[in-house]
Design a protein around this ligand. Structure first.
Ligand SMILES: [Zn+2]
Length: 299
């Protein structure tokens, strides 16, 4: 019998915007932690980290990339309150006082759910789950611009979408790039558990016009891509998930196990190239409840 030792590794890519004075380093975790992206935005004198990954071992690897760049960390930005995006914060900040930027909605979301996430995931991740709970300590409001090492970070507070509170931000005056957290996935099934799918669709519709000028979109899961295309595809995915589910729901009944399985198979057949298929089933009850309420509210 051979023992297979799984080595944790982050996938690495970088995108240089030399004429605008920054480089984006993208690090991606493996499937065990949902292919989550974290970013290091490097400017002339310093670095900013966007999201901090889910487990200690991945955060330590992210820190190694930061150390190799060898510039001081001047801020961390948290895109939303799901643990695959904030759990590594203590390791990333090196236990020092660093501005951890987010909105009030996101800080409240982390505060309200951090214990239940630990109950759910710590038995699975064990010591790889962080011991301390770190909250954002610098809150931005909608349309606030924060200048970090000469680069403008322009924030928008989106309210509920993929999670109970989401944000996006663009960089610089040119707005060449946008970071949207999990409001958009690329080639991955969406995380529908928070049951805000109708609101999420509204937010995405607004984004289609509001960020039409931004060329490249960086997501929480998946490769970066054309902004308009990725937003439109996310709209199509959520609409499809909802209509497929609505076709199965009978009255006020949630789906039974057999129905859930056939829904999962249908979505996998519709999106054969998509990763994170475990997210399909995970969102069924939350979105079903949403759809049932919508049906009952109809005049
Ligand atoms: Zn995520």
């Amino acid at each position: 019998m051979s023992v297979i030792k799984l080595k944790s590794k982050l996938k690495y890519c970088h995108y240089a915007y030399d004429d605008e004075g920054y480089v984006i380093h993208m690090l991606t975790s493996n499937e065990r932690t949902f292919f989550t992206n974290a970013y290091i935005i490097e400017t002339k004198n310093s670095i900013v980290v966007v999201d901090t990954l889910m487990v200690n071992s991945d955060a330590i690897l992210l820190r190694q990339y930061m150390d190799n760049i060898n510039k001081p960390l001047i801020a961390v930005i948290i895109t939303h309150g799901h643990p695959d995006h904030y759990n590594g914060t203590e390791i990333i900040t090196g236990f020092k006082e660093v501005p951890i930027i987010s909105t009030k909605g996101i800080r409240d979301c982390i505060q309200d759910t951090v214990d239940s996430k630990e109950v759910k995931w710590k038995p699975y991740f064990g010591q790889d789950w962080p011991e301390h709970k770190i909250l954002p300590n610098q809150l931005v409001i909608d349309s606030e611009v924060v200048n970090l090492d000469g680069l403008d970070y322009s924030f928008r507070d989106l309210g509920a979408a993929e999670s109970s509170s989401d944000l996006f931000f663009t960089l610089g005056e040119k707005r060449s790039v946008i970071f949207v957290g999990d409001v958009v996935f690329n080639n991955m099934h969406g995380f529908m558990n928070d049951g805000n799918s109708a609101q999420w669709l509204k937010v995405l519709q607004k984004l289609l016009t509001e960020i039409a000028d931004v060329k490249l979109l960086f997501t929480g899961h998946g490769d970066p891509g054309d902004t308009h295309q990725l937003v439109q595809r996310q709209i199509d995915y959520i609409s499809h998930y909802r209509s497929n589910l609505l076709a199965i729901i009978r009255g006020n009944q949630l789906l039974n196990d057999t129905q859930k399985q056939s829904f999962e198979q249908l979505m996998m057949a519709n999106y054969p190239e998509f990763q994170l298929s475990s997210f399909i089933k995970a969102g069924i009850d939350a979105v079903s409840q949403e759809l049932i309420v919508e049906q009952n509210d109809k005049p």
